[in-house]
Ligand binder design. Structure first.
Ligand SMILES: [Zn+2]
Length: 132
């Protein structure tokens, strides 16, 4: 029998990292009433469209040393942290419970993370709006 579990764990973790990246995008855009589909991901400071390296979860942040490659404005540390937490939120239950029950539990954890992060971002945005 093929040892498929390590590959499946790595794949599911990668999917969760990408979902973590999407959570960052949703938390940034939804409170402002912007679309989560369009325009493509870009630097909020200079407008440069992000490329494959920028979009790599966690690694993109490390490669760019936390700054935009064009205008060097800072990318918040929360971005790779949320991506990492999403990855761990999938990897831990998959390793603990096995691939399929673990993937289901991991999806629930990542969805809960998405709701929590997006809600907190919306509250913060509303508070900033009130403060002016
Ligand atoms: Zn920029």
């Amino acid at each position: 029998m093929l040892p498929i579990t390590p590959f499946l764990t790595a794949y599911l973790t990668f999917v969760a990292l990408v979902l973590g990246s999407f959570i960052n995008l949703a938390a940034d855009r939804l409170p402002r009433g912007e679309s989560i589909l369009w325009p493509r991901s870009h630097c909020r400071a200079c407008g440069r469209q992000l490329n494959a390296v920028d979009l790599l979860p966690v690694l993109g942040y490390a490669v760019r040393r936390g700054r935009c490659a064009t205008c060097h404005s800072e990318i918040g540390l929360s971005a790779p942290i949320i991506e990492g937490v999403a990855g761990l939120g999938m990897a831990a239950p998959v390793i603990w419970l096995g691939p399929w029950p673990g993937a289901l539990a991991g999806l629930c954890l990542v969805a809960a993370l998405g709701l929590a992060v997006t809600s907190l971002a919306a509250r913060r945005y509303a508070a900033d709006e009130r403060a002016g």
